[in-house]
Design a protein around this ligand. Structure first.
Ligand code: PLP
Length: 427
């Protein structure tokens, strides 16, 4: 697969290069040159396949020229070891639960597939994964790469702005996983990562690679679970499907739109954010005016300058879709809390990110349509706030329980690139 840099279309790279480089020149995102499309019959056949076989076929449509289908299928089988079930919440609404992996969040799909691609591509060459996390990416990446030979992982996160259990999940591993609590917000962590990628000396010395949602391999993996969702729906629902995506950096929405571009029947998407509403305001008013990032209940979506938005715009442009067909909503914390209680009354236990997507969906779903919202994290990952809002204790799943009492091993830094650089070069 060839990809081009969105900031300089003349820079074109292979999938292998895009995976190892992460970003192109001037911090440009890579985007596929060809957008494959399946026929209706192919889609029907694929929807009858099992998750791994189908996912390998989807991924082969993009990268089959670089990684043969059989090898790809073996890699997918190693990465996707857990299900993505659709749980029926109401007659016309289901939740695509993406939190049944080892770190209980949707990032397990992308993180684990990326680890497979990176080791397939780089062989024995040492690499350093540098990534910023607003909560869940860190855990998924740390667990996906933990113990892999020749891979060092450095993860930056906003100090005090992720949930205590999220922190425990990835800052207690040690070994090849280094974590850095930065005294700033997520956007500042992301800016530090970008600065590191602009530093040629650092990049070459460490074999730098980013594993956040800008890495194309993660995005491609995420396409697969949209197909898995549709495969579980009855025909009537497939024909009238609206998907609501809780959005921060807009990676998940990009993947969903790529699934639609491949031919998956999705009538429309809703981009649901919290009070960090740069995109909803842009879609409403036509002006890109990011505000300062606000801390909210759905902390993993506290992003005011979403990284993947240029890819969304490019896809709309390439497919000649109209941006005004993209639904949107910004949901504040009070409404999020009320929605979590509403869902509980319907017998469905949720957490703030999924509740935002449900709210937007419930408010915008029309009669005759079927709505799917993405459950991006297990409620127990936000135990404190979920218990507080719902007023009942939540048992910890074993993935969290076994780390809850371990000591945190993080470094602690101000948002200062020179200090981060020193730490990274120290080894
Ligand atoms: C639980 C959860 N929901 C939603 C999102 C938003 O996903 P994206 O950044 O792909 O928009 C994140 C991102 O970190 C997340 O952790």
């Amino acid at each position: 697969m060839k990809l081009y840099n969105l900031k300089d279309h003349n820079e074109q790279v292979s999938f292998a290069q895009a995976v190892t480089q992460g970003l192109g020149k001037n911090q440009g995102l890579f985007f596929p040159l060809e957008l494959p499309e399946f026929s209706l019959t192919e889609i029907d056949d694929m929807l009858n396949m099992d998750f791994v076989t189908r996912s390998a076929k989807i991924l082969a449509a993009f990268i089959g020229d670089e990684i043969p289908q059989e090898a790809l299928e073996a890699r997918v089988r190693t990465a996707f070891t857990f299900p993505a079930p659709v749980s029926q919440v109401e007659g016309d609404v289901g939740c695509l639960e993406l939190f049944h992996g080892p770190t209980l969040a949707f990032k397990d799909f992308g993180g684990r597939f990326m680890a497979q691609m990176l080791t397939a591509i780089s062989g024995d060459k040492p690499v350093t994964i540098l990534t910023a996390t607003s909560g869940d990416t860190g855990a998924a990446v740390a667990h996906a790469f933990y113990g892999l030979k020749n891979v060092r992982v450095v993860i930056l996160y906003p100090n005090g702005k992720i949930s205590p259990l999220q922190e425990k999940l990835f800052c207690t591993l040690g070994g090849n996983i280094e974590t850095v609590a930065v005294d700033a917000d997520f956007d500042a962590c992301q800016a530090l990562v970008k600065q590191a990628f602009d530093d040629e000396e650092l990049k070459t010395a460490l074999g730098l690679n980013s594993a956040n949602s800008i890495n194309i391999s993660r995005l491609l993996a995420q396409i697969c679970y949209y197909f898995e969702a549709v495969a579980q729906l009855p025909q009537e629902a497939r024909n009238q499907l609206v998907v609501s995506v809780p959005s921060g950096n807009f990676g998940d929405l990009t993947a969903g739109l790529l699934a639609k571009a491949l031919g998956l029947p999705i009538k429309r998407f809703i981009a649901a954010t919290n009070a960090n509403d740069t995109v909803p305001r842009f879609l409403k008013e036509g002006e890109w005016k990011p505000n300062a990032t606000q801390a909210t209940l759905s902390n993993a979506m506290d992003v005011s300058q979403p990284n993947n938005w240029p890819r969304v715009e490019e896809l709309f442009r390439r497919k000649i879709w109209r941006l005004n067909e993209l639904g949107y909503a910004a949901v504040d914390d009070e409404t999020t809390k009320a929605t979590m209680r509403e869902l509980k009354d319907k017998g469905y236990l949720s957490e703030p990110h999924a509740a935002i997507a449900y709210r937007a969906l419930r408010d915008q779903l029309k009669p005759g349509e079927y709505g799917l919202f993405l459950g991006t994290a297990h409620p127990a990952k936000f135990k404190e706030s979920v218990e507080d809002i719902l007023g009942e204790p939540l048992p910890l799943p074993k993935e969290l329980a076994e780390r809850a009492d371990l000591p945190l091993l993080s470094h602690h830094l101000p948002a200062d690139f020179a200090q981060l650089r020193k730490l990274m070069m120290a080894r």
